[in-house]
Write a protein that binds this ligand. Structure first.
Ligand code: SAM
Length: 248
C-alpha cells in the first residue's frame, strides 16, 4: 500500500495513460499505478544510483518489467518526445521541478497532464505553469505524518490561457478592502484559496509563525539594513494575517 500522498497523485492519472515518473526513487508510484490498471506503461526515471537500483529491484520483484521501464538520467532526458502523455514529479523542491520541466521542454510535446508535488516553493511551479500555458485544473492540499503537501495538476488545454486568466484574476475578499492579487494567488493557490480547508489554514498559520520568528531574529541585529528587512517581513506578515482572517 502506498502513502496517501502518492495515492492522491495516482488518483490524478488519466485512465490508460502512459506515464513518466521523474525522480521515482523506489518506483512505488509506477508499480502501484500499473497494478491498479490505471496506467498502461510507465517510465521510472532516476538520476541517483541508490534510488535507481532500488527502482529496478522493486519493478523486478513486482514482475512489472514488461510495463515499467526503469531508466537512469537527469530529469526528462530519460524519455523521448511523444513517448508518454502524463508526467509526475513529486517529493522535490519547486525550483528543481521547474528546472526539470524547463530543461526538458522539448519532451513535453504530446504530454497532456502534469501532476506535480513540490515539497517547497509551490509558487514557482504555479508561475511556471501559468507562464508556459498549462491550465491549473486542480489543487489538493493534504497532511500526512505531520507534513503538509500540495499536489498541482495541470493540463494542456486549448483555452488554457483564458481559463488561467479567470483563475488568477485579482479578487476582493468578502468583508473588506483586502485584495487577493495575482502574486498572492500564485503564493497561496487560486483554487485552494477559493475553498480553503483546515490543512490550508494550518499550513499558513505555521508560515505566519515562521515569519514571526524571522522578524524577531532580524530585530535583534544592530545593522542599519536590518530595519528595512524587519519592516519588509512585518509587511508580509500583516498582509498574510489579514488575508487569512478574511478567508476564515
Ligand atoms: N517521487 C518519489 C516520491 O514522491 O515519493 C520520490 C521522492 S525523492 C524525495 C526525490 C527523488 O528525486 C530522489 O530519489 C532523487 O534522486 C530524485 N531526483 C532529484 N533530482 C532529479 C533529477 N534531476 N532527475 C531525476 N531524478 C531526480
Amino acid at each position: 500500500k502506498i502513502s496517501s500522498r502518492l495515492q492522491q497523485i495516482a488518483d490524478r492519472l488519466p485512465e490508460g495513460c502512459r506515464l513518466a515518473d521523474i525522480g521515482s526513487d523506489h518506483a512505488l508510484l509506477p508499480v502501484s499505478a500499473v497494478r491498479s490498471g490505471r496506467v498502461s506503461f510507465a517510465v521510472a526515471g532516476e538520476v541517483s544510483d541508490g534510488p535507481f537500483d532500488a527502482a529496478r529491484r522493486q519493478v523486478a520483484e513486482a514482475g512489472e518489467g514488461h510495463r515499467i521501464s526503469v531508466r537512469k538520467g537527469n530529469g526528462l532526458e530519460v524519455i523521448t518526445a511523444g513517448e508518454v502523455d502524463t508526467i509526475t514529479i513529486a517529493g522535490m523542491g519547486g525550483a528543481l521541478i521547474v528546472s526539470i520541466l524547463t530543461t526538458g521542454e522539448d519532451k513535453l510535446v504530446g504530454v497532456k497532464r502534469l501532476v506535480l508535488q513540490p515539497n517547497v516553493a509551490e509558487e514557482l511551479v504555479r508561475r511556471y505553469l501559468l507562464e508556459r500555458g498549462w491550465f491549473l485544473s486542480e489543487e489538493v492540499i493534504l497532511e500526512e505524518d505531520g507534513k503538509i503537501y500540495e499536489i498541482l495538476t495541470a493540463d494542456a488545454h486549448p483555452d488554457a490561457e483564458q481559463l488561467n486568466e479567470e483563475l488568477y484574476r485579482e479578487r476582493t475578499l468578502p468583508g473588506g478592502d483586502i485584495k487577493l492579487s495575482r502574486e498572492l494567488l500564485l503564493e497561496l493557490g487560486p483554487r485552494l484559496t477559493a475553498v480553503p480547508n483546515d490543512v490550508f489554514f494550518r499550513k499558513w498559520e505555521s508560515e505566519l509563525r515562521k515569519l514571526d520568528r524571522i522578524r524577531k531574529s532580524i530585530a535583534t541585529s544592530s545593522l542599519e539594513s536590518s530595519r528595512e528587512k524587519e519592516e519588509e517581513v512585518g509587511r508580509i506578515y500583516a498582509q498574510l494575517e489579514e488575508v487569512l482572517t478574511c478567508l476564515q
